[in-house]
Design a protein around this ligand. Structure first.
Ligand code: UDP
Length: 239
C-alpha cells in the first residue's frame, strides 16, 4: 500500500490554538481527540509522522513580555506550554490505540525524552508518532521555526501547517471580503508579500532546503488523509 502513497514522511505543525476549539484557553478534549484520530489514521496507512505542537493556547513569550515579564522567562514558559500540549496529544493518541513519544528540546526527563534526531527517526520508522515539544529549545524562536527545522532534520517530504482557514489569502478573509486565495506560492512571494503563513525564519529555512509546505484547514475532518492521497487541499508553498 505504501507504494501508492504520495508521501512517506511528513512533519505536521499544530498550533496551540488548534487544540482550543471554540474556547479561548487550554485544550478541548474533543478537538485533540479528533486530531489524534486523523493522525493515527494516516500512520496506519504507512506514513511516518512527526508533529510539532505550539503553546499559544496557554502562554506566548511575546504576550508575557508585553505584560511586563522578562522575555526569556516568558519564552521558557511558552516552551513549557508546548510540553503540556504534547503530553495531552500523547495521551489522546495512546487512548485510541496508537503509539506516541514526546521528545522535548528542553531536558525534562521525568516527563519526556530528549529530542535526539536519530532516535526520532527510529520512532517514526517503527510507527510511533513523534511529538516534538519545547520548540527549538531556544528563546526568541517560534514553533513554526521548530517545525521547519524538524522537517528538514528528519528529511520529511512535506511540512504541513494546520490552520483554521482553507489556505493562504492576500489579506485576512475574515476582515477583507474580496481577499484573494492562493493555490500555490513561492517562498519568496510569501516573504516579499509578508503573507501570514509562517514566520520569516521558518519560510527561509524551508526555501533554503527546498522543503515543500502546505497550509490546510484542519477543522475539516478528513483533510489530512486527502492530502496524503495527493489532493491539492489548501495552499502549497514551494520553489
Ligand atoms: N517558544 C520559544 N522557542 C521556540 C518555540 C517556542 O521560545 O523555539 C516559545 C515562545 O514564547 C512562543 C511559545 O513558546 O510564543 C509558544 O509557541 P508558539 O507561539 O510558536 O505557539 P503557537 O502559536 O504555534 O501555538
Amino acid at each position: 500500500m505504501s507504494d501508492q502513497l504520495k508521501y512517506r514522511r511528513i512533519l505536521l505543525k499544530l498550533s496551540g490554538e488548534a487544540l482550543m476549539g471554540d474556547a479561548d484557553y487550554g485544550i478541548d478534549p474533543k478537538v485533540i481527540g479528533r486530531l489524534a484520530d486523523e493522525i493515527i489514521e494516516i500512520q496506519r496507512i504507512g506514513i511516518q509522522i512527526g508533529v510539532v505542537i505550539g503553546g499559544g493556547n496557554i502562554f506566548r513569550g511575546a504576550g508575557l513580555a508585553a505584560a511586563g515579564m522578562d522575555r526569556v522567562t516568558g519564552d521558557h514558559m511558552g516552551m513549557l506550554a508546548t510540553v503540556m500540549n504534547a503530553l495531552a496529544m500523547q495521551d489522546a493518541v495512546e487512548k485510541r490505540g496508537g503509539f506516541a513519544r514526546v521528545m522535548s528540546a528542553i531536558q525534562i526527563h521525568d516527563v519526556a525524552e530528549d529530542f535526539i534526531r536519530r532516535r526520532a527517526i527510529r520512532h517514526i520508522e517503527k510507527g510511533r508518532i513523534a511529538l516534538f515539544a519545547a520548540g527549538t529549545g531556544n528563546p526568541f524562536f517560534t514553533t513554526d521555526s521548530a517545525a521547519a527545522l524538524r522537517a528538514v532534520e528528519l528529511g520529511a517530504d512535506l511540512l504541513l501547517k494546520a490552520t483554521k482557514v482553507d489556505g493562504v489569502y492576500s489579506a485576512d478573509p475574515a476582515k477583507v471580503h474580496d481577499a484573494e486565495r492562493f493555490e500555490q506560492l513561492s517562498y519568496d512571494q510569501v516573504i516579499e508579500r509578508k503573507l501570514a503563513v509562517m514566520d520569516t525564519a521558518a519560510i527561509a529555512l524551508c526555501r533554503d532546503h527546498r522543503m515543500p509546505l502546505r497550509i490546510y484547514d484542519m477543522t475539516v475532518p478528513g483533510n489530512l488523509m486527502r492530502i496524503m492521497r495527493g489532493e491539492p487541499i489548501g495552499t502549497l508553498v514551494d520553489a
